[in-house]
Design a protein around this ligand. Structure first.
Ligand code: ATP
Ligand code: MG
Length: 441
């Protein structure tokens, strides 16, 4: 994509509406614009990142779950059956259609998926079953803030599992646990599983995945040693090994404030290993047994031929919140430093002097070469000052920058810069191929 063609309204000044770094950078980098409180338009650059995050989640979830798509708007009837039509409170947006029929904009989907299950699955023989979708949610948050971190409309991946008994349901919970570790790892995030309260979803087993960050809204108390754990290579059908991993990780003290117990903390963790800080909740696992299957009559016949409510769990990831969380973990004073896995473009070319024929010829040649090699590239071909172009490329955080300028060309080279490390390599104008060698490693 040429910079002269893309819709990328970047801002030179810090917008006053943003109080935290990720929000500020998303506005300045032309990724989002607020349309009303807690509701955003995703501009092309931001939308590309959102899609990349979605795809990382999708690829990993597809190994243990099947994707479907439920609607954003739901019938109030099923919510009345579960009791949450009243219990969910003011966060749920309720409205009526032209026939005076009560509808809601889904804040989550336990009721709807349980209803689908109850009408289509009858026997334990169809289990285990795990379904997920990636869909917009609406929660009328009392204080929408921090940009996409706490929006009213936000994108969530939510999965739902159905099993014949508790034992199988916990196995699914554990697979999700491993899947989440892998998903966040692929985004270069260190996500810590912490014991959590179940809130309006309910149930008796629950973990949140938290990214440590000063600007996070959750208070967390952890044993620092958990940060040194690496994710082993385990297959999803190896339930025993996965259970061992989950047991090992959940044995570390790690709790959000509502589950925190100071005496236990003091007992379990050495003083030097204590870390009390704040974090961003990016994922949440729940096992809740028959909490929804019972009121919504989602029964299955078991091996003995008897009817019983199916065992369930639900598993969310804050897809749009992750964009902010990744920026929080990957930025410097100049702007964003995207991990390659989610970056909107892998390479940014800066033609430092667009009115110089040699600079333009070489920049065009590199641009075409990268396109032919299927590398996502943003080419700043505008006739603007070098300072402006360099600052903008730093701001939007493309992982690799190619800088083509008259001085380099005179000496037969151009520069390849790594955004995160700041390292610069000089590449001979005759060896364009070595760009790819450097990038792919
Ligand atoms: P929070 O405690 O932050 O309000 P929650 O516990 O109510 O979140 P869940 O029901 O667990 O949220 O939803 C699953 C995931 O969706 C959360 O882990 C979070 O990443 C994301 N999420 C929840 N609320 C919002 C929101 N208002 N804006 C953006 N993402 C959100
Ligand atoms: Mg939660």
């Amino acid at each position: 994509m040429r910079r002269s063609k893309i819709f990328l309204p970047t801002l030179k000044e810090n917008p006053s509406e943003a109080s935290i770094t990720s929000h500020r950078l998303m506005l300045r980098a032309g990724m989002i614009r607020q349309s009303s409180s807690g509701i955003y338009t995703w501009l092309p650059l931001g939308y590309k990142v959102l899609k990349n995050i979605e795809n990382i989640i999708r690829n990993e979830q597809n190994l243990i779950s099947q994707e479907l798509l439920m609607p954003t708007i739901q019938d109030s009837e099923i919510w009345k059956k579960s009791g949450r039509f009243e219990d969910y409170g003011k966060e749920m947006l309720k409205f009526k259609d032209r026939h005076e029929h009560e509808l809601i904009y889904g804040p989550t989907n336990e009721e709807l998926i349980t209803d689908i299950f109850s009408k289509n699955v009858m026997s334990y023989k169809s289990l285990p079953l795990c379904l997920y979708h990636i869909q917009w949610k609406f929660r009328d948050e009392i204080r929408p803030r921090f940009g996409v971190m706490r929006g009213r409309e936000f994108l969530m991946k939510d999965a739902y599992s159905f099993d014949k008994n508790k034992e199988d349901s916990i196995k699914c919970y554990n697979r999700m646990f491993l899947s989440y570790l892998r998903i966040f790892n692929k985004m270069q995030l260190k996500a810590i599983p912490v014991a959590a309260d179940t809130g309006p979803i309910g149930g008796d087993l629950s973990h949140e995945f938290i990214i440590l960050a000063e600007t996070g809204e959750s208070d967390v108390f952890i044993d620092k040693n958990i940060l040194n754990e690496v994710i082993p290579d385990i297959k999803y059908d190896d339930s025993d090994k996965i259970a061992k991993l989950v047991n090992k990780l959940t044995a570390f003290y790690a709790a959000a404030d509502d589950k925190h117990n100071e005496d236990k903390y003091l007992n379990a963790v050495k003083k030097d290993d204590m870390l009390q800080t704040r974090g961003i909740e990016v994922g949440h696992l729940f096992y809740f047994g028959d909490k929804y299957s019972k009121p919504l009559d989602a029964n299955i016949t078991n091996i003995e031929g008897n009817n019983s409510p199916v065992e369930m769990g639900s598993y969310g990831i804050g897809v749009s919140r992750l964009v902010g969380a990744i920026i929080d973990a990957h930025h410097d004073e100049k702007g964003i430093c995207w991990p390659e896995s989610v970056a909107p473009y892998i390479v940014g070319i800066i033609n430092l002097r667009a009115n110089d024929i040699l600079c333009s010829e070489l920049s065009d040649k590199i641009y075409n070469y990268l396109i032919n090699n299927n590398i996502e590239v943003l080419y700043d071909d505008r006739d603007e000052g070098a300072g402006i172009k360099l600052a903008e490329m730093d701001l939007i955080g493309i992982p690799w920058q190619i800088r083509v300028g008259p001085r380099g060309i005179k000496n037969g080279y151009f520069e390849l810069l790594n955004r995160e490390s700041g390292n610069i390599i000089e590449i001979s104008v005759n060896e364009t191929d070595s760009i790819i060698k450097n990038i792919i490693g």
